[in-house]
Design a protein around this ligand. Structure first.
Ligand code: FE2
Length: 266
């Protein structure tokens, strides 16, 4: 199984640009083209939040148009820039999403089990997994203790070291980590939000954050830094189930690069 993870698309209405110069729609279209060129073609795509920038129905309509070329299943969960009502309306045809209540879900139709968690708090940048979510997660993981499992959410359950982002991080990562630690079949905890590729040990497994398909958060660890974004090479992640039953996670930059070139000896 090959699963592509996209994050933090921040798609806006057609013809507009984020901050006046970032064409998030075009950048996302570039990522879609890159996915269609992967060998082999991925079995599924997971998007870990901030699908659009301001949560408007026009933004979600643009996003659906941009997603249309992808022939494989696409699974979505919300980030702090998403608006839950418009998100639900935009993905009303996605049968794995619950019709009401928090947007937690499980997909059991692939060799790797996928669990999505809604870590958003309406009107806030930071996130939380409430008691009901953690109880649901614990119970859901308990039903399939032997299956390789991915748990995904928008907010990384760890400090990144980028102080202004950590101030809007996940508030109860300690309780979340205790649940994950009880279920060693969890191979990865996947997130977005920080617009960078970061890896951490977490609850006996590996937690990752994904680059943005658009703008990246500037790497600056000073606690006085006000924060900003930077137009580094965008990208996404690809998680492949290997023969030993575990996952290998790759970062795939999106752009125009020389090659591939054949190896040869002089
Ligand atoms: Fe974001």
């Amino acid at each position: 199984m090959l699963l592509v993870q996209l994050s933090d698309l921040h798609v806006i209405a057609p013809g507009r640009q984020l901050s006046g110069f970032v064409d998030t729609g075009r950048l996302f279209a570039n990522a879609v083209s890159a996915i269609l060129g992967l060998q082999p073609r991925p079995d599924a795509v997971l998007i870990t939040g901030d699908l659009v920038d301001a949560g408007g129905a026009d933004e979600y309509a643009h996003l659906r148009t941009l997603l249309a070329p992808l022939p494989m299943p696409v699974y979505v969960l919300p980030g702090n820039h998403d608006e839950v009502g418009a998100f639900r309306d935009a993905f009303a045809d996605h049968g794995y999403l619950p019709a009401s209540g928090p947007l937690h879900w499980v997909v059991d139709t692939h060799p790797v089990r996928l669990i999505g968690l809604d870590s958003t708090i309406a009107g806030e940048g930071g996130g939380c997994l409430d008691e009901h979510c953690l109880a649901w997660l614990d119970q859901t993981l308990g039903t399939e203790p032997k299956r390789c499992t991915i748990v995904a959410l928008h907010h990384p359950p760890f400090a990144s070291g980028i102080v202004h982002m950590d101030r809007i991080g996940l508030s109860n990562s300690v309780a979340f980590e205790a649940v994950i630690r009880r279920h060693p079949q969890v191979e990865r905890v996947l997130s977005g939000h920080v617009h960078r590729s970061i890896q951490r040990r977490f609850g006996g497994t590996i937690a990752l954050s994904c680059p943005s398909t658009a703008h990246q958060i500037e790497f600056n660890l000073h606690d006085t830094h006000r924060g900003g974004f930077i137009m580094e090479t965008p990208g996404f992640q690809a998680h492949t189930l290997t023969a030993d039953g575990s996952l290998a996670s790759h970062v795939i930059p999106v752009g125009t690069f020389s090659g591939p070139h054949r190896f040869h000896s002089n």
